[in-house]
Ligand binder design. Structure first.
Ligand code: GCV
Length: 607
């Protein structure tokens, strides 16, 4: 597989047992002409400091800091050919996490890169060489926690902590020298399956059961990062069944992990997934805030509340979740999704960092203590399914290290490291990647509505697919208007934000176009700030999105990607073109049929 580490020699047969040893090995192999003195400085932790000395360089860092410093130096050298005289760097977040949604039967929920890297046939089934490759990839961009199993803990993953401890211990051994710690998703109701009459978090026996479980787990994997939990969400069990709060549920597990330094990551993805579409009093984006805001200040110190970046579910465009701005006394992680569930299944090109950077325009980086991303990895030869989707894993690492990272610079680094393209082609590819999200956004659901996808699998257009369903994701398009009024006068969602954001989005006349239909319900004849009507803007975006995709495919054909990546990239590009055409025509026809308003420019909209 072609990765951003392609210029490094293989680790096959190499012996190393700690991040520091690996740092020495990598430096000595990659940059033989330089002399690097590595000076351990535990106080620097994951951070590192580079300085010029007579005859070479000095790299200081904690154990993992030396490794991250080594990769940074090596990759910088390979990308730019130069190193600064002095540099110091430390990560903004101490937990930089990848969440795999891998099931023990070998499938991956929302996985588009083949089967699981970790499981097959109900058993642990990893290939040690592949795991080392993965550990190296993660470490090279500073990622340090890997949750290996799905947050939907299906049979037999419930038993992972009981039946598979020796395998988990061996896997942790493989990842340890890369500074990557394992995490596991656990089922809140596990005590029931283990024979207890209840899983009530305040029940002393339940608490003792979890403490005993944590003890056994940490005896096998002493540096386990902790547990990840999806509770009372999409039919998963949770504390509500016992009349307990999510703080009580999370704190019970946190108490079991605390003696071992583990964290309990508790997901805030809780909403009514059995809503009646006739019910206009419930607005799904309000749910997380309503569930968790009253609990602010009640979570134990080693609990991290993991909040999806938007209030819905990884749509192409969503505002920042209001919870991330509101909770001041709770440690929080923001959850992103590298797996392209709603963003093209790793068929359509979709580079995420421009979107992530927009989130950080509204989120002060210190509001959160960790970043997590749902994995886009799998067992395919190309570990991210689409060779160009690897840019999302690479740039996620860079973002989790430093949310101030320059998006264009990071994408450019990835292009340069991964592909041996002439410089002019590097520029072309960088700009194609950076514009890919806008292109995708143009041909899919318009102006912040989201959800016009085929239900369940979430690929391709279906404007009313979720309209009369139970998931609370409605656009309510009729012959006059479309969108939901989420202002104070409407569902009141906007009231969950600080005053400045309420003002920014509250008035449709000044609300940014791309969020317009998320916040407002407007007639098709609504005049946008540029003078176009709303319906014309919808048509224009869709035709443009398709035209941009055609141009994208032609540009990709001209780039000198090596085989077999070239074939894979071009075959996926053709699939994207078909997808874009389908989206463009179906969305335009949908709105044309409803509104009866023709395209001012007379382009073909099918009757
Ligand atoms: C892991 C969405 C996805 C589910 C996912 C869920 C979650 O609903 O479609 O596949 O389940 O989010 O994030 O828990």
């Amino acid at each position: 597989m072609n990765t951003w580490l392609r210029l490094l020699s293989s680790l096959d047969g190499a012996v190393f047992s700690s991040p520091e040893e690996l740092a020495r090995l990598e430096l000595s192999r990659a940059l033989p002409e330089d002399s690097f003195a590595l000076v351990p400085d535990p106080a620097l932790g994951d951070g590192w400091r580079l300085s010029r000395s007579e005859g070479g360089w000095i790299l200081r860092g904690g154990g993992t800091g030396l490794l991250y410093g080594a990769y940074s130096v090596i990759l910088r050298r390979l990308a730019d050919g130069e190193l600064p005289e002095e540099e110091a760097s430390s990560p903004r977040y101490s937990l930089r996490m990848i969440n795999c949604w891998d099931n023990m039967d070998g499938t991956v929920e929302r996985g588009y890169s083949g089967r699981s890297l970790f499981f097959e046939g109900g058993r642990c089934a990893w290939e040690p060489a592949r795991m080392r490759e993965l550990g190296r990839l993660l470490a090279s961009v500073g990622l340090n926690v890997l949750c290996i199993n799905n947050v939907n803990v299906h049979e037999p993953a419930q038993q992972l902590l009981e039946d598979s401890l020796p395998e988990l211990a061996r896997l942790a051994d493989v990842f340890r020298p890369f500074g990557v710690r394992l995490m596991v998703s656990v089922d809140f109701s596990r005590p029931l399956h283990a024979g207890l009459p209840t899983a009530d978090p305040l029940d002393p026996e339940v608490r003792a059961w979890w403490r005993g479980t944590a003890e056994k787990v940490y005896a096998a994997v002493p540096d386990l990062a902790g547990f990840l939990v999806k509770a009372d969400s999409e039919n998963r069990p949770g504390p509500y069944a016992y009349g307990r709060t999510h703080a009580e549920g999370a704190n019970m597990l946190a108490e079991a992990l605390a003696p071992f330094g583990g964290v309990l990551v508790w997901r805030a993805f809780v909403y009514n997934c059995h809503q009646d579409w006739r019910d206009t009093g419930t607005d799904r984006p309000k749910a997380a805030f309503e569930h968790y805001m009253p609990l602010d200040g009640q979570f134990a110190e080693n609990v991290i509340l993991q909040v999806k970046h938007g209030p819905f579910d990884f749509q192409v465009r969503e505002p920042l979740s209001p919870l991330l701005l509101a909770m001041r006394q709770t440690a929080m992680a923001m959850e992103l999704q590298l797996a392209q569930e709603y963003t093209g299944h790793q068929i359509d090109l979709y580079t995420m960092i421009p979107m992530w950077k927009e989130l950080f325009e509204e989120l002060p980086p210190n509001r959160i203590t960790a970043l997590a991303a749902v994995s886009n990895l799998g067992r395919d030869v190309c570990i991210t399914g689409h060779p160009l989707a690897a840019v999302n894993l690479y740039t996620f690492g860079r973002l989790a290290w430093d949310p101030a990272v320059d998006a264009a610079g990071a994408v450019r680094d990835w292009v340069r490291l991964t592909w041996a393209l002439p410089e002019a082609q590097e520029d072309v590819l960088t700009s194609l990647l950076l514009s890919s999200r806008r292109t995708y956004e143009k041909y899919t659901a318009p102006l912040g509505i989201g959800w016009m996808v085929n239900p369940h699998d979430h690929y391709g257009p279906n404007p009313s697919g979720y309209e009369y369903d139970q998931w609370g994701t409605y656009h309510k398009a009729d012959r006059n208007a479309v969108g939901i009024d989420r202002t104070h006068a409407g569902t009141g969602y906007l009231d969950q934000y600080p005053e400045a954001l309420r003002r920014k989005y509250g008035d449709p006349a000044s609300c940014a176009d791309l969020y317009l239909l998320f916040y407002h319900r407007l007639p098709y004849t609504w005049r946008m700030r540029d003078g176009r009507t709303l319906i014309q803007r919808i048509y224009d975006d869709h035709f443009e999105g398709y035209e941009e995709t055609k141009a994208l495919v032609e540009s990709l054909k001209k780039l000198d990607f090596p085989a077999p990546d070239r074939e894979l990239i071009l075959s996926r590009a053709e699939m994207q073109l078909t997808d874009a055409r389908e989206w463009c025509d179906i969305i335009n026809t949908f709105f044309h049929r409803l509104s009866g308003i023709p395209d001012e420019r007379g382009r073909t909209i099918y009757p």
